[in-house]
Design a binder for this molecule. Structure first.
Ligand code: HEC
Length: 164
């Protein structure tokens, strides 16, 4: 569906999303124990079936796993391995997500997920065609910013299966 001409639009919507996200940069890491005792999780809760939650969390662990392989390979300028590890994290991966789950996810969530998957697609293509470690590291940094942004906004609560 959204194959072409998405570049500018995504740029705009993402900027909007990021502006709305709580800024982590303000965190000065100077909280005492008392602050932590009162810490409230203010991230928006997505109420999903526990199988849906498990599916999303598994995808997350695949992200982290891929990034581990990428950073290791980047330290050796091994862009072939980077491309290999990155490809399964692109938009292809989203084809397995059932429509029933997509329907429950807020627009901002889907935009950030799309940005991350598309970022990995671009990174894999460039790693193969350019073979430029610095360029790939910069792209990875950009992707990680979207991971951080989504994590600052959302948490997932599992509903009992019978209530879904
Ligand atoms: C569209 C939103 C979104 C994006 C983008 C996103 N995440 Fe997540 N991620 C979440 C949510 C929501 C959780 C669950 C947090 C909670 O419930 O406390 C999560 C959880 C995780 C977990 C914990 C998994 C587990 O088994 O508990 C890891 C690791 C993770 N994300 C890594 C990443 C990495 C790496 C990226 C970027 C490549 C990324 N995520 C991008 C939303 C996102």
């Amino acid at each position: 569906m959204m194959k072409h001409g998405k570049g500018l639009l995504m740029g705009f919507t993402l900027a909007t999303v990021m502006a709305a996200a709580p800024t982590l940069a303000n965190d000065d890491h100077s909280h005492g124990a008392a602050d932590h005792a009162n810490l409230k999780d203010e991230r928006k809760a997505l109420n999903l079936a526990s199988s849906e939650r498990a599916m999303i969390l598994m995808e997350m662990r695949q992200f982290l796993n891929g990034i581990q392989i990428m950073t290791d390979a980047l330290s050796r300028d091994d862009l072939k391995t980077v491309a290999q590890a990155t490809k399964p994290l692109g938009n292809l991966a989203t084809h397995d997500v059932p429509d029933s789950l997509k329907a429950k996810l807020p627009k901002e969530f889907k935009q950030l997920a799309f940005a991350v998957h598309s970022g990995f697609d671009q990174l894999a293509m460039d790693a193969e065609s350019l073979g430029d470690t610095k360029h790939t590291q910069k792209q990875l940094g950009g992707i990680l910013r979207n991971c951080v942004s989504c994590h600052s906004m959302f948490q997932i609560h599992a509903m009992p299966e019978k209530l879904k």
